[in-house]
Design a protein around this ligand. Sequence first.
Ligand code: 5AD
Ligand code: SF4
Length: 525
Amino acid sequence: MNEKQRLESQQINRENSTDVKSDTNDNLDRLKKLSSDELISKYFQTTYEPPNLKKARSRRKKDVDIHYDFDIPLEMKAVGKGKKFLIRTYGCQMNEHDTEIMAGILTNMGYQSTEDTNDADIILLNTCAIRENAENKVFGEIGHLKPLKLEKPDLIIGVCGCMSQEESVVNRILKKHPFVDLIFGTHNIHRLPTLINEAMFGKEMVVEVWSKEGDIIENLPKVRNGKIKAWVNIMYGCDKFCTYCIVPYTRGKERSRRPEDIIQEVRHLAAQGYKEVTLLGQNVNAYGKDLDIDYGLGDLMNEISKIDIPRIRFTTSHPRDFDDRLIEVLAQGGNLLDHIHLPVQSGSSDILRVMARRYTREDYLDLVKKIRQAMPNATLTTDIIVGFPNETDEQFEETMTLMEEVGFESAYTFIYSPREGTPAAKWEDNIPMEVKKARLQRLNELVNKQSREAMKKYEGKIVKVLVEGESKKDPDVLSGYTERNKLVNFKGPKSIIGNIVEVKVTNAKTWTLDGELIEEAIEVK
Ligand code: 5AD
Ligand code: SF4
């Protein structure tokens, strides 16, 4: 950590970092003696920056440093020996992948993973801030952990991920859940060993949330969840500032990894036998814009397509930046799968304008046309928000007609949830909840209908399935995904797990397909 970062950090060292924590109840009493305001001013000194659109926008010009020198401090290398960790993950794939990194760091400190809260010496909640209900779940879980902490004072409870980037959340934890030992932000993951050290040996809550946008640290260890599919970050952050969205504030500015680092990671995964890689970013189509070379997602996908790995996916796309070069590259097919998740958010150009999506309904439909011309069999899925401030019945109907016109095969649908610090949160959330719910229900009925119809078309067809393991519901049944991301259940020997096999679809349900294995394993390339 350089001095600049140190200054920008609002790390709070525990007062007496050499004292071994002896009695957590003592600590709780000490914390309770401080008034809420004292606590807040103690933790939020001068550097904490809550979401601020104007400031965040000016950050684009700031430089990003890439580091290749992550290491675990010597004194922390064996600290987890004989101890166990549990990380509970909420939210998107980016968070799932961050959890893999934290698991990597903890494993390198000697910790072993556990699924059992009673068995854990450290519990981290990797949180999501995208909607209010995501946050409520986490606060519920923090509350549930209190009795355990009182029973096991040496247990370390940490809150990290997107919620910890929000001032209101940190305040609430300080005020209402002082038994939490550690809060750290999305830009502070690499500091985990030091933060655990401080949490173990200090007497007060450790809070470290850098307002800095975050550098890129290339050599963080990872313990991947499984040996078949892997996530690879290609970029971090988002500069789109859709008016409803908290992500540009919690995840910082857009920063792309260098192509050579990404390609090396994918090559390494291929060598390890992974069958599928998903390239990750909040807005992957902006990939490369911040690099000093003329290079975009299309160029990256083109190079990655030459690597000997059977399946390459990418998520999440923004329609505004989806360019012709990418379409041309995707149309080559091969290991580049033609399932495109392309969030539209609304079918009304007026609502899209106030969402600051920077495209109209017509622009979106033109893009879909272009994609379909180049890839006639492409599967399109989307995200949609209903009940945005001032959304009229007519505007909602435009979302319904767009859903049909594009023929989305599935969609994640959400009720608008105001997020503090975003521009939309300043507008009156004036659509009554019953109206929002009724709109969501109608939309979901349509989504289900379209999904059912899309699934029905597979009946009698042969699909290629990457077998992931036993089905969640029945250990005698195997399951896996097709190239177009349809879940298929079928019977077969466990020895085919991890292979791509051919399955004949016998029965289509709304969200899954049943089938019969017809060929044990097919050539993957
Ligand atoms: N309210 C409701 N849904 C939201 N999303 C993002 N922010 C909000 C919000 N404030 C949805 C968008 C996005 C998906 C990941 O979550 O549809 O694409
Ligand atoms: Fe949020 Fe996606 Fe918009 Fe970025 S592009 S602000 S992540 S909805």
